[in-house]
Design a protein around this ligand. Sequence first.
Ligand code: BTN
Length: 240
Amino acid sequence: MKEIRLEEIDSTNSYAKSRIDDFADKTVIFARRQTFGRGRLNRVWVDLGEGNLFMSIVLKPSNVLKDFYSNLTQYLSVCLCKVLEKYELRPQIKWPNDVLIAGKKIGGILSEAITNSGGNLRGIILGIGVNLNVKPCDVSKVSDKAITSLNLEIQKTVNVDEFRQKLLDEFFENYEKFLAQGFRFIKDDYILRNCFIGKELSVKVFDKVENGVAKSIDDYGELVLTKNDKDLVLTIGDIL
Ligand code: BTN
């Protein structure tokens, strides 16, 4: 595993994307500051100051894009939960891959697959942002949702390098098993930590909002909503 440490960058994902062929499989890129962090569904990931985690992992598992690579974000969300649990916290996952503590977001994941004109996979960029050291007065800089940070939860400053290493160890410990088995490998761990099954949800899917009760997560990491006695299977979306 090669590590690239940047002082300041627009986005670690954009940096990896623009140089994807230069990086070997399992290259990890992280930055101390990120000036234009990107989130899921074209949102912005706000830099809440130094001491937070902005990291992208470049993965090249094969030359062919396989469906279950999209579940890598869910695998990483489980890894993040496991690391946060070492701090005696009880993190939960909001489908598909937001990590929350007591309903407040602490980490988000953005995966991007880069293919060539022939459809072959050049690489996957798995980006993660985790709030580790946020000043109480900066929490309101994220206005569209409630957020928290590890330092605020444990009342201690967090060493970013140590946290990053714990997360990478957790990720790479079972990465090959995940590649061999796909979402099924983490299904139980994922469901154990979910905060949505059984709840009445509104889920934004592109320009549409789907309502229903979250029935389950299937073997592919999809959300199964029940609406008027019919199941609706969602592969992508945002729980409102
Ligand atoms: C989300 O919750 O919407 C996903 C947020 C992902 C943010 C991380 S920070 C490191 C990497 N670089 C980016 O520009 N985005 C991801």
